[in-house]
Design a protein around this ligand. Sequence first.
Ligand code: NAD
Length: 510
Amino acid sequence: MNIKKVLTTLGIDKVNEGAATGTKWIKSNGAAIESFSPVDGKRIAAVTGVDRKNYDTVVSQAEAAFPEWRMWPAPKRGEVVRQIGEALRKNKEALGTLVSYEMGKSLQEGLGEVQEMIDIADFAVGLSRQLYGLTMHSERPMHRMYEQWHPLGVVGIISAFNFPVAVWSWNSFLAWVCGNTCVWKPSEKTPLTAIACQKIVANVFKANNVPEGVNGLAIGGRETGEWMSNDTRIPLVSATGSTRMGKAVGAAVGGRLGRSLLELGGNNAIIVSQHADLTIAMRAAVFGAVGTAGQRCTTTRRLIIHESVYDAFKKKLVAAYKNLSIGDPLDQNNHVGPLIDKDAVGNYLTAISELKKSGAKAVVAGGVLSGEGYESGCYVKPCIYEVDNSWPIVQHETFAPLLYIMKYKTLEEAIALQNGVPQGLSSAIMTLNMRESEQYLSHKGSDCGIANVNIGTSGAEIGGAFGGEKETGGGRESGSDAWRAYMRRQTNTINWSEELPLAQGIKFTI
Ligand code: NAD
């Protein structure tokens, strides 16, 4: 599909408004945001961002829609989300292509991201009939005790550039079936995919007479995210992005005793044991390190390799890296596409010079690519360095295809290295030894939110709860019971007796 056709199919204009209350677009008055493709450096289109007044209009409308939306039975809300899933199926190719072109991930990954949205829509539909609470036995006679889950109100969603559409769907589809209204502040680096999603959802909402305000959109930069964090009309802010951003959002939302759901940076490792199947370990490591040009929160950044297989595994890696083709991500023959922008290239180069200063040994050297096909200036070589885990640069997440390797002797040492970073998102062990894998998954093993055996760190399924510990923020999204984050729990006790017995047997007579 060519890009012009994609933009027409998705209703993207040359200049687009950056704010919508739902099905209606608002005349935006903020700064212009231009979207350039990292694929070829071309300007795709522009968006007019929100000013404070536009933002307030969007949030007020979301607030106004809540009393009506919360009264829709949850399965009816689920039916609307089912139709969104259908609309996404129809638009999968166009939206997946735009994700790939605007963000720079491979077409397969762009399509995969839209598939993830479809999957979470299906999940949310089922969930709309399963927002279960527990019943408890009361200690008092003729009393009934149970808990229910109620919606919160307006949920603010701040998302990152690297999963420009899927992360929003994880949040909004669950939040909607739970009865909340949402306001989305997408990444300013990927505004067009957000506009495309808004239009797809608006058509479905219009056809179902969903109250105006259930799906607000406010496109802007960091400042818009700050408005959201400080906005007492928003009981929950779900924020995905860097740890730096999460600390700011967490502090602002915490300062007003609101709730935040934080999905932040990772520094993910694979332990390659002497008992590993080295062929699958190599494939998992290479895909994990170079997929999405190292710009996944679950990207494999460190390999902790048993000393007895270290040299053999290093050789395999070097051979695999020689076969990587770097170029246009829309061309399915390429393995690695561009970084998001030139700032990201700058961060990659700074990390390489830090590594050199620290004394790292290059196993596969890096560098920026130039010449035909690389005109955007955003294409870099995936590289591998031998490092010490304690170096500050290794402790830090650089959002680029930099892979660090190190040796270990005992499993305890490997686990300590793996856990010895501030982040705690995804982790994996490659081993065919049951004792090793069980230890790794036990409470003396990985300290991450995600721990895998014989699969890499990246590419989680939507059915599980997704998120991580420590500086990754502690939030959980997507599957399992992550829906609870979008609801408030209420405990109810009902007395159907003719007495008023007090809890704990307390006597009180008047
Ligand atoms: P970023 O932190 O620069 O921006 C993310 C979003 O936060 C953007 O919408 C941005 O405008 C907004 N923002 C920035 N500063 C803010 C502030 N002070 N207050 C409120 N909002 C603010 O991140 P990025 O470069 O877009 O994305 C890459 C990062 O996201 C990586 O660290 C990656 O690991 C992380 N990430 C984490 C997950 C996860 O689920 N754990 C998923 C995807 C990305």
